[in-house]
Design a protein around this ligand. Sequence first.
Ligand SMILES: CCCCCC/C=C/CC(=O)SCCNC(=O)CCNC(=O)[C@H](O)C(C)(C)COP(=O)(O)OP(=O)(O)OC[C@H]1O[C@@H](n2cnc3c(N)ncnc32)[C@H](O)[C@@H]1OP(=O)(O)O
Length: 719
Amino acid sequence: MAEYNRVSECVGVITLRNPPVNALSAAVRQGIVDAVQRALSDPNVKSVVICGQNGIFCGGADIKEFGSNMTGHPLIPMIHAIESANKPVVAAIEGSALGGGLELALGCHYRIAHSKARLGLPEVSLGLLPAAGGSQRLPRLIGVPAALNLITTGRHVTAAEALQLGIVDQVTDHNTVDAAVKFALSVAGRSLDPRRISTHPCPQQPDLDALFEEVMQKVRQSARGAIAPIACVQAVRAAATLPYAQGMERERELMATLFTSGQARALQYCFFAERAVGRWRMPSGARWDTSKSRPVHKAAVIGLGTMGRGITVALAQTGLSVIAVETQEKQLMEAKQAISGMLERGAKRRGVAPALDGVIYSQNIQAVADVDLVIEAVFEDIALKTKVFQQLSAVCKPGTLLCTNTSALDVDQLASETPNPELVVGMHFFAPAHVMKLLEVVYGPRSSPQAVATAMQLGKKMGKASVAVGNCRGFVGNRMLKPYIEEAFFLLEEGATPELVDQALEEFGFPMGVFRMSDLSGLDVGWRVRKGDGLVEPGTASGRFARIRQGRRYSPLGDLLCEEGRFGQKTGRGWYQYDKPGSRVARSDPWLHSFLGAYRAQHGLVARRIDHQEVLERCLYALINEGFHILDDGIAAGPEDIDVIYVSGYGWPRHRGGPMFYANMVGLAKVLERLEHYQQLHPEVPHLQPSSLLRRLVASGSPPIHKWGEAIKKLHSQL
Ligand SMILES: CCCCCC/C=C/CC(=O)SCCNC(=O)CCNC(=O)[C@H](O)C(C)(C)COP(=O)(O)OP(=O)(O)OC[C@H]1O[C@@H](n2cnc3c(N)ncnc32)[C@H](O)[C@@H]1OP(=O)(O)O
């Protein structure tokens, strides 16, 4: 709702009250309409200020209302009534003015912002466009190029940038409402015509067509199939070329298409899923709201290879003191240089001083004696990690949290090698660790809730999407990746090419298909794991049985490439060829195609035509099926956890919501039917066997994704 008060005798102050972000719910909109009417009809009131309670102006439309039938006073006429008012209306912006919140402020005649405020039109990230006049007013106020940038990226700007762009009229370091009231008094009685943005033409822009063409091309390229960024460009084009009323009509039409689209649903689901994963819970019953984290002021990183360097940078940039330990002198020197470089570049980008003094380097593990938390990032070898954990247990002060950055080893086994297994958790970062958003926090049966809470809290401080998951081979992300990659290998055996598979996946929205991604991360990584699992055999055998290992279908294609020294980008050859080792531009490789032909001939395989649909169904449904196993095993608390992992760490297109949301959109019955179909054709592939949870969900009527949690609980209690 909105509260109305009169201050300084002649200023009406309207305060939005809807915690936590003063979203424009139906009640708030009605409150604003009533309060504006009251202010305008009171002859004693000469001007009006609109502000928000608790230091935040407004987080925009109430996203929770989008899923339901939206009722109540609509935003557009409400903002129009403010703009047409015959008394000056001043927006006092503290905290955030986002989406509908900024559109409301743009309807006001003046805007005063606190220096710490952030403003933006982030609708595009929810699959929408600023459809309460934002796409028409902002270009009129700040010009087409700047408005296009803000609206198509959804980025938030600081108050200083907003002032420079002309979005706000004044920035204050003091009480914003007081400043706005003072300002409102000073402008009472002035003509308001020049302040009504909708009546302005867009500032002149030379070569408008060329500008829109260029922006549209750029947006199409980066959108990876998302429709909202394109609609945003179209809406701004309407502002630049049409009178306001017609532009508003175009804005409405474009929004109507977006509003009911699956992409908007997916993106809004992602918004809430990212917040839901912060409310973690463990099978033991421990939860985010009943487990207190320990303060972490000083941390250590052990092992300064690629991962250790990135983790050091991420910790130092968070403001922590970091002890970075590397026992090899040469490696330590190289790491020091690399870390300093990363800190300097990061600081330059963010316009702050680099935290170089925050990192102390040492060759001696004794240096970590007084830290609050250690992240071990040595080579992926259980014997080596066990030794490090035992040393840490002896060296660290009591209560120090011991975290491992393993991506494949057993966190429980490591914990059991220490005297205090309750202090051990996995912190699985993704390379480069200072850039990638995802962090899997892996708990074992003996990890204490406090240890999990501390790792989750630290992840949040580092700006990561932190997801608490149970311990199993590959945790959540890599466990689901395994069947996805295996299916891609099988498709090559059956007649596909890396180009065809990658094209299907990239058209779906992945930034890189599975083969380009493998070339980037290095084919030798999986080869080493498969060797460790006893799956790799010399490549001379032929026929079907040569491709059955440990009782299941196995494709040795990746191993054969590695035997040829083709490790991907780093060797200049992999599934593709590259100009030189380290080059990033993948080109189709005739050698690979004849290799595949010879391989099929050797194994008596006849290539058939494979279409994009089959690539998507086999790769994605196999991955999704593993997701259902993970939910059934209690490794992930809910589908949101899996989806956040995939969207923030594995390039799953955000506008498709994540694998589990995608399954929900496709229809669980359809996913089940296709898995059964492929399982019949490939009975020796266990990962195509539909998970029993998927079967049970379909049998119980395929509940929508937000009800899966209840269904899983109910289904488990019936077992
Ligand atoms: C057919 C025509 C219809 C026309 C409709 C007009 C359309 C208007 C478009 C819009 O305005 S869309 C909304 C645009 N706004 C945003 O995208 C802002 C989203 N919010 C944020 O970015 C952040 O929440 C924040 C405002 C910067 C605050 O960040 P902070 O880190 O402090 O808190 P959070 O944990 O993110 O949020 C706290 C809590 O509040 C919920 N919430 C936030 N914003 C909204 C919102 N706009 N509507 C409803 N709920 C919101 C958030 O979900 C958290 O609650 P939870 O229970 O933990 O999930």
